[in-house]
Design a protein around this ligand. Structure first.
Ligand code: FE2
Ligand code: FE2
Length: 190
């Protein structure tokens, strides 16, 4: 798949800010993959595609989920902001002909995560949260310090802990998957 084709498609289908965030995520994913001995080219590619569906209207996302992805459990549809992840994986497969399971799963699980995520999946998940182009610098520095000192799983624990706190503060529902991932990482609490 030509990188230029992907970049042009993203430019047409994402807002300017989301496009910037996408470039940042791809850059950060590449760097993390180099640090943690994963395929950096694949990580960059997954970073570029992770938010492919982010700017689709919610009703269109839901339509694709109902028609093409009926296996997604109801409890993972509590928050419309997570819909673009499984749909993005679907677009990667169907629009960009991505066959690589690791890339597809990294896109699919970049919002809610899942228990026992692979190193590659964690890299995309974390890169999405700490990319340097649009994310908050102070928070990025905090997470980078944890990555360097304690590793990817500790950073994941902190990100899930932050997510749960934020959902509680905003009185939003918490997907049981989020709690399961948090519990599974508890031994890595920094
Ligand atoms: Fe996303
Ligand atoms: Fe993102």
């Amino acid at each position: 798949m030509e990188k230029d084709y992907i970049l042009n498609w993203l430019k047409e289908n994402l807002t300017e800010e989301r496009f910037e965030h996408t470039l940042g995520t791809a850059q950060c994913a590449k760097l993390l993959a180099e640090m943690f001995d994963e395929n950096s080219q694949k990580a960059e590619f997954a970073g570029l595609l992770h938010d492919a569906a982010k700017c689709h209207p919610t009703d269109k996302l839901l339509e694709i989920i109902k028609e093409k992805l009926p296996e997604i459990p109801e409890c993972e549809l509590l928050n419309y902001k997570t819909y673009h992840a499984p749909v993005g994986a679907y677009i990667a497969q169907n629009e960009f002909n991505v066959q690589d399971e690791e890339i597809i799963n990294a896109i699919k699980y970049h919002t809610l995560g899942r228990v026992n995520m692979t190193k590659f999946e964690m890299i995309i998940f974390i890169a999405d949260k700490i990319e340097a182009r649009t994310r908050d610098k102070a928070n990025n520095d905090r997470i980078w310090a944890i990555i360097k000192e304690k590793g990817l799983k500790s950073a994941m624990f902190v990100l899930f802990s932050d997510t749960i706190k934020s959902l509680v503060q905003r009185k939003l529902p918490i997907c049981p998957t989020t709690i399961d991932v948090y519990n599974s990482l508890i031994d890595f609490a920094p």
